[in-house]
Design a protein around this ligand. Structure first.
Ligand code: GLA
Length: 382
């Protein structure tokens, strides 16, 4: 009895230190945990609020590992939330757009929802026409992840882990996944992905944040200036599966090698733009080094001065202009998110890699470790 009481008091004290009292403003350089609702089968879902020493704030839920909000300053220091999302776990349970989510086991499409490994055909659910999209019907974006927080001198981290069982959504191998989000005092959100398997499998993890650097819910992103460090992109067929070609961006609306407004050419009468309903394409990232992160893209929102750079170890980035957003599902604070009110820069391996011999391999063998890093760095331009 006495032991039980001691335990209760001890647990209570621990909880008090980690749970933010309702309404309290998070302290700079801290992480707080709040209740965010429940999964459909009644499990509690949490929201972790990471606040850095300069006041920027990233909120992440352990449901789908989604980035729920990201507040960064404009050139006068005013914070705005630059990602689309929902106010409660329910929004993420019902979401079909992958707002902020961790996407896996395979980010983007696998053609005809099947692939072959060592002569064996693996069949996945067709959840996007004939294809498999973003890990299947219950991808990592619909999983409840285990969470651990830790802080260092100049950053706040949230470590999320998930075991994707052998056969889940048709993929082979028990895949142990760890994703660590870190908000640094220099206003960067770093995402480190790691995974191991006990059977040969394919893996392609990404983060599906929808950005609007003017602030979520504030209109379209067509005036944002985008640079993508890519000389080539991978054109797609009518079902958005790469044809296998690497096409030069030069002379096409896919040339973002110099800062260009996202909307400058988006409605051109061009085959690839018509197929994507706008931009929904993988770009081949020009690597600046053999190892480590390379700059993949830079986005400037001229009115606020907010700048976002995307650095990654990944070979590709899917640039998607929110062409399927329809404004019908209310987001945070009840705001609507119509078509092209946000853009995504999903760092990853190329779509359909398991079926494309010319694309870099996405195979993970037992004994190997999948390890990738992507950092979203925020700053301002005067
Ligand atoms: C990716 C795909 C798009 C779309 C979105 C989610 O970016 O390439 O076609 O499916 O995810 O809506």
């Amino acid at each position: 009895m006495k032991r039980w009481m001691t335990l209760t008091i001890f647990t209570g004290a621990l909880l008090m230190t980690t749970l933010a009292p309702a309404g309290e403003t998070p302290q700079p350089g801290s992480t707080t945990k709040k209740s965010f609702g429940k999964t459909p089968d009644g499990q509690p879902v949490d929201l972790y609020v990471l606040t850095n020493k300069s006041g920027a704030e990233g909120s992440i839920t352990n449901y789908g590992g989604a980035v729920v909000s990201l507040k960064v300053p404009d050139r006068s220091g005013k914070l705005a939330d630059v990602v689309l999302g929902y106010d409660t776990a329910d929004g993420y349970v019902n979401d079909k757009s992958y707002f902020g989510a961790l996407v896996g086991r395979y980010g983007n499409r696998i053609g005809h929802a099947q692939f072959v490994l060592d002569g064996k055909t693996y069949t996945l659910a067709k959840n996007n026409g004939e294809n498999s999209l973003h890990g299947g019907i219950k991808g990592f974006n619909k999983a409840l992840w285990k969470a651990k927080t830790f802080s260092k001198k100049d950053c706040q981290s949230l470590e999320l882990s998930y075991l994707s069982k052998d056969g889940e959504e048709g993929f082979p191998g028990n895949l142990k996944v760890i994703v660590t989000y870190t908000l640094t005092d220099a206003n960067a959100l770093r995402i480190e992905y790691s995974a191991t398997t006990d059977k040969k499998t394919v893996v392609n993890l990404t983060s599906h944040s929808y950005f609007n650097l003017a602030g979520q819910g504030s209109g379209d992103i067509l005036g944002h200036l985008l640079t993508i460090q890519a000389d080539k992109f991978t054109p797609v067929d009518a079902s958005l599966i790469p044809t296998g070609e690497f096409r030069d961006v030069g002379g096409t609306p896919f040339d973002f090698r110099k800062p260009t407004a996202i909307g400058a050419r988006i409605d051109r009468d061009e085959e690839q733009l018509k197929l994507g309903n706008g931009y929904d394409h993988n770009f081949v990232v020009r690597r600046s080094a053999d190892t480590g992160e390379s700059l993949a893209a830079r986005v400037v929102e001229p009115a606020s001065g907010r700048v976002m750079e995307v650095w990654t170890t990944e070979p590709g980035v899917q640039f998607y202009t929110g062409n399927f957003l329809d404004g019908k599902t209310p987001g945070k604070g009840g705001v609507a998110y119509p078509r092209r009110n946000a853009f995504c820069l999903e760092t990853q391996h190329y779509p359909d890699s398991p079926n494309q011999p010319k694309f870099p391999s996405v195979v993970l063998n037992p004994g190997e470790r999948y390890n990738t890093i992507t950092t979203y760095k925020f700053s301002v331009e005067k």
